[in-house]
Design a protein around this ligand. Sequence first.
Ligand code: DOR
Ligand code: ZN
Length: 351
Amino acid sequence: MRTLTILQPDDWHVHLRDGAYLAETTQDISRYFGRAIIMPNLVPPVLTSADAASYRDRIISEVPSNRSFDPLMTLYLTDQTSKKTITEAAKSSIIHACKLYPAGATTHSDAGVNTIEGLYPIFEEMQKTGLRLAIHGEVTDSKVDIFDREKIFIEQYLEPIIRQFPSLKIIFEHITTAEAVQFVQATDSRMGATITVHHLLYNRNDMLAGGIKPALYCLPVLKRDQHQQALIQAATSGDPSFFLGTDSAPHPASAKENACGCAAGCYTGHAAIELYAEVFASNNALQALENFASCYGADFYGLAHNTKTIKLIETEWTCPARKRFGETDLVPVRAGENIHWQVVNEPGEST
Ligand code: DOR
Ligand code: ZN
């Protein structure tokens, strides 16, 4: 039985939602992660520093008293975002990035950005103040095949942005393609990328062959095997540009298993670090997990590493088929199947 002790990890991309949903998502994510970048796509979205401060308070009120968890807040960019909003956010100690959703790209992105070039004055201010830009990198043109939307986004938008703003710090969120891996590798250290565990564990066959699996439907959508392999190679390579971001995004089972369409988002908050350990172990790269999960993201965001540790052991346990989610329930990734790693201590506790 293999074991692994690593510095307490952080999640650099998560959706906790709000209201009745916040208790479960916060409890799950604060079990082992010390910090998390909290995505702002609430309805209505988190638009200002004041919105972020009150959302942060609501999150903190759901953290069990024996845990320490720091929610790192983000703002949602729209066509109307003002320079003043950015200047204020850059001064705030609780806001760590602004998130760019192309309008219509994904769940709760209707209020997102229609004309990315229109935001250039905002990027200018972010570059000047050091505020990071987190990007959902997919074009929304309905004529572009859904499997190509990330690749085209790089050509149409990311390349011009990095040319125009040479010192803007950018996080290319939840990358899913070999092209994105190559683009991040070819760009200097001002660009980082998060990689989800579901994109490391699965490819589009897992979602589509033998019956569609709603629990695995997310955006950007799972790609073919060769892209999955490129992501595994990037995550386990020791390149500090790539770090952990679960993109755990809960939806009630009724919104995913629905005749009118399946909501996009995979829930991994219940077992994220355990599932990442599975990927790294099965690719003979357990030694690379700590940097990916606990160091490179903090380095990119200019934050100190956590000092507590967690210990993982290789052992089988069965993931529940459903989890409670507010007044309803959700189907997590791996529902009813075995997970092969487990955390055996609260962060910092000796075992
Ligand atoms: O699949 C996704 N779900 N992708 C996103 O970008 C958003 C997320 C959500 O909020 O449900
Ligand atoms: Zn997300």
